[in-house]
Structure formats: C-alpha cells, structure tokens
Design a protein around this ligand. Structure first.
Ligand code: TNX
Length: 533
C-alpha cells in the first residue's frame, strides 16, 4: 500500500498531469511497479496449477485470442507464460488476488473469483487494443508489477431496467461482460414493469403473451400523455432458456444476477394479462406512459400465491442468494378505496395500508426463506414494518434514510442505491440540449466518484450492514443498449472504483487520467460512453 501511495504522491507533488501508475480501474489496493517489461509473445502458453482454475484460464485465453491472434494453448501445470495458482487461503477474503508480472505472469487467489479479477487486471495492464474484437498487429507489452488486491465491498452492482425498454439478450450479455472488466459482481435485472413483463413463466403464459407487448409511442415528457402511436408493438421477453444462458454467462464472469419481480406496484403488465390480480374490474392495457401508477396488485391470498408461483420459477432459474421483490412506489389509493380490501385489512389486524404492504412482503419473505433464499426490496418495504429477514435497497435519499438507518440498527443488510448519487438515468451535463433526453436530475461523474456508501450517522456495527453500492439504469428514456451504455459509462467506472477502493485511496484527478485509457478500451471493445470533456 505504502509503495503505491508514494508513487501517486510523487507525481502529485511534481504537479504533473501524467500519473506514473498503469491505468487500472478500479485501482488495486496495493501495487508496486518493478520497472521492467514483460512481453506476451505469439508462442505464449497459459497454465493452471489446479484444476479449479481451469475455467478462468480458458476464459482469459478466449479473451486474449481475438486481438492478439495468438493460439494461447491452455494446459495443466505450473509452467507457462501466464500461470494461475490456487492458494490455500490468503486470509484476505474470497475476492482477493495477487498478480505478479515478472519474466512471466503469475496470478494467485484462493477462489476462482479472485483469479478472474487477477486476469481482468492483467488485461488492463496490456495495451488498450487488447480489447479489440479483431486482430491487431502490435507488441503486447506489460509493465512488471506486484499487485495485492481486495475489494472494499462485497456488493458492487449495476441495475438494468428491461421493463420500460426491452433489451435483447445479446445486448445484456455485452453489458454483463463490460461490467466484469470493471470487477462488478452483481447484476440486478429489473425484469417486470408496468410497461412490460420480460421473463417467461410457464405457469402463466399470458404474462409474456400479453404482458410483454405494448403499443409503442414516441417517448414524451414523463407526465405528458403519449404523443404518437407509431403503429408497432413494442417489447419482447426472455425465454427460460435465454435466462439460463445469461445466468451461466454471468457466472463465468463471477457476476451474480439478482432478479427483480417488482410487487405489489409496477405490476400493470401482469394485471393486463390476468385482470383478477388487480384491484378494479377494468381490463387494463400494458401501460404506455411513464410515471408512478395507481394500478397495483390486490392483496388477496390468491394473488400472494400467484407471486409465490412466479418466484418458484424464478428461483429455478436464478441461483442467487437474494431475490429482489421491488416494493417501490406502490400507491395505496386503490386499496384504500376498496371495501373488500379494507375488510381484509381488518381481518388481518392491520392498522393501515402500509402495514398491508408489509403483510404482503412478509408472506413473500417467509416463502423465500423457506426456500433457502433472502428477500431484498426497495426501502419502502420498511414503511409498515420490515420483514424479519429482509435486506433493504436504499434509494430515496433523505426520505428513505431514517428507515435505512433503523433497518441497519436492527441488523438488516443494506445495499446503497441512492438516487442523487447512483441514478445513471440522470443527466451527465447541465448542457441538456446536447445530451439525450433523460428523466431529469443532474449527476456528473465527480459526484458519483465522491460518494461514500457508509451513511452519515452510522457506527461500526451498523456500517458492517452496508453490503455495498449499486448504480441504476432506469430506461424510460433509454430505448436501446447503445444509449444505456452512454448513460452508464463512465459513471459506472467511478462506482466500480468507490466500491472497490478504500475511500482514503481514492483520487479523482488520478481517476480522470486513467479514464483516458479506459476510453480507448471502450473504443476498442465497441462500448459506447460519454466522453469526459
Ligand atoms: C423511481 S427507484 C423508480 C423507478 C423509476 C426511477 C426513475 C425506484 C425504486 N423506482 O420506477 O424508473 O425512479 O429515475
């Protein structure tokens, strides 16, 4: 640690704009540069000393082959140009690794996640052209270094909303791949919305037959009525085979997918498919306008059962410990107005409709726990009493803060997803005319970089319940992956670093320097991003 800080300090004191350290993002915890160069040559081999490291070695070879054009055979053993070594236990946690570049490259870790991160660091030490999908003729030099690295937080996430705008499977795979180069480990997949249901559920085929499609309109202002029907149906969904493929692809890259089925609000697409799930007898369409919606699920036992049935299939597809059940923006007006639901509330001994939502979520919490999983939801799930085992995703800034602090004090885990720091659907510049139409807000890169996930007012015990931080890509105004990438990057690079590096070691100037190289990597990989001007 000392050596790396010294390097940065020297350069800062010299007042130079060029930082000596290689352009790694996130920056590793400790790095010593040893002043020489290792060259990856065409005859290079990759080896693994332990069979458990083989998939990581194979994946790195597959990642290095397109741009180098080298054969890069992968074999068992401890001799090679890039050697993966499994350690007994480094004592630094499952995600730590060591990377030593000398006459050869040695990557060691006690888990395959650590080995994978070591491999991603090695890719960043190579010239940016290493990310090219086509062969590039050049030397492949790497500075010699000794790196010891371990992340600060265990939840380093990005959320993608595919409900407002469906994103094809191939685009989702690419997004996950880009995330993995920045050492994110959690992809929160927001799969259901008022405007579209995106996951095939065998027991309820109409969820996708009906709920996955809407009459597309040209996006207007959030509160404006849709302006122009373009005559096409918009939407799409993932089959269960698609989902399995995405889950496996993410797992290879040590990314856990946390699926979200948002309930009891944000459910209009499901109610359009099965009107008996709603609170009125109206046949609703899949929603076309954006915004918070009064149409929510009714809290009948049969509707809770519907949610459990859906989650049963979700759990078969997603091995994640956490299952996200939403809980945000569930307006209670229709519950208040219904005599039947008022009667249910009394029968259940509930004081108000916040307690009714908590009752709902508690049924689901019990169900998930009985199935060996954990529930996570947006911070509103705490409003009528937090379910015993639930974790909270804190998003509402000051409004949700007391609930988040209380939840942590009561021993619940928290993921920090704060709107004003981590909502990547907000504008990146004040010059709105030159930015794509966005939902609003203003979230420049520096504000993301400066964010500290341990909340003010937390002591050590409550702070230990902060699992980590997550960026949100809501897609009301993001019609495709190209624009989703533009909104996500570079802000997600800042998030990757603040979730990885101890806060004392962050340095924004240095980060911006390194981003110049990261932009070249994105160019090579065909990832869209907002240029840092
Ligand atoms: C609030 S954040 C929402 C989303 C919107 C987003 C737009 C949250 C839990 N709910 O439904 O897409 O704001 O920024």
């Amino acid at each position: 640690m000392f050596a790396r800080q010294t390097t940065i300090l020297c350069v800062l004191i010299a007042g130079s704009a060029t930082f000596a350290t290689p352009a790694l993002i996130p920056l590793p915890l400790e790095m010593k540069e040893t002043g020489k160069t290792f060259e990856l040559k065409s005859a290079a081999t990759i080896s693994y000393a332990d069979a458990a490291a083989r998939p990581t070695a194979e994946l790195l070879a597959a990642q290095l082959r397109p741009s180098t054009g080298f054969r890069l055979p992968v074999k068992a053993g401890a001799a090679g140009d890039i050697v993966f070594q499994t350690l007994e236990d480094s004592g630094n946690g499952a995600e730590s690794y060591e990377l030593c570049v000398k006459q050869y490259v040695q990557i060691s870790a006690s888990s395959s996640a650590g080995l994978f991160y070591g491999a991603q660091t090695l890719r960043q030490l190579l010239p940016p052209e290493i990310y090219s999908t086509e062969k590039v003729s050049r030397d492949w030099n790497v500075p010699t270094v000794a790196i010891k690295d371990v992340p600060r937080f265990g939840w380093r996430g990005l959320m993608l909303d595919v409900g407002r705008h469906f994103m094809p499977k191939e685009d989702v795979l690419k997004f996950i791949d880009t995330m993995s180069t920045l050492k994110f480990n959690t992809f929160h997949w927001h799969l259901t919305e008022d405007q579209g249901w995106r996951i095939e559920i065998k027991k309820y085929p109409k969820l996708t037959e009906v709920g996955a499609w809407r009459k597309e309109t040209v996006a207007g202002h959030l509160r404006a009525k849709p302006r122009k029907y373009d005559g096409k149906r918009h939407g799409g969904f993932y089959t269960q085979d698609d989902i399995r493929e995405v889950v496996a692809y993410a797992a290879e890259r040590h990314i856990t997918i946390v699926p979200e089925i948002d309930m009891p609000g944000h459910m209009q697409a499901a109610i359009a498919a099965y009107p008996e799930l709603g609170c009125t007898s109206n046949q609703l369409p899949v929603k076309v306008e954006w915004g918070v919606n009064p149409n929510i699920l009714n809290p009948e036992e049969s509707t809770v059962q519907f949610c459990k049935d859906v989650l049963t299939e979700v759990m078969e597809l997603f091995p994640s410990e956490f299952i996200h059940v939403g809980g945000d923006e569930a307006r209670k007006n229709q519950w208040e107005a219904s005599e039947r639901i008022q009667q249910l509330r009394e029968e259940r001994g509930l004081k108000d409709m916040h307690e009714m939502q908590s009752w709902f979520i508690k049924q689901i919490d019990d169900f998930l726990v009985a199935n060996g999983r954990r529930l996570i939801g947006w911070d509103e799930i705490a409003e009528g009493g937090l379910a015993e085992n639930a974790a909270v995703m804190w998003w509402r800034g000051k409004k949700g803060l007391p609930a988040a602090l209380q939840a942590a004090a009561d021993g619940h885990d928290i993921v920090v997803a704060a709107t004003s720091y981590l909502y990547f659907d907000y504008y990146q510049s004040k010059d709105k005319k030159n930015e794509p139409l966005s939902i609003g807000g203003f979230l420049p890169l520096g504000k993301v970089y400066g964010f500290e996930p341990i909340l003010e007012g937390m002591d050590e015990t409550t702070a230990s319940h902060i699992l980590g931080a997550q960026g949100q890509v809501w897609t009301e105004y993001i019609p495709n992956m190209k624009q989703a990438e533009y909104m996500a990057f570079p802000r997600a690079c800042a998030l990757a670093e603040l979730a990885w590096l101890p806060k004392e070691q962050k340095n924004y100037e240095h980060f911006l320097e390194r981003m110049k190289v990261q932009e070249q990597r994105f160019d090579e990989a065909g990832v869209n991003y907002r240029e840092i001007k």
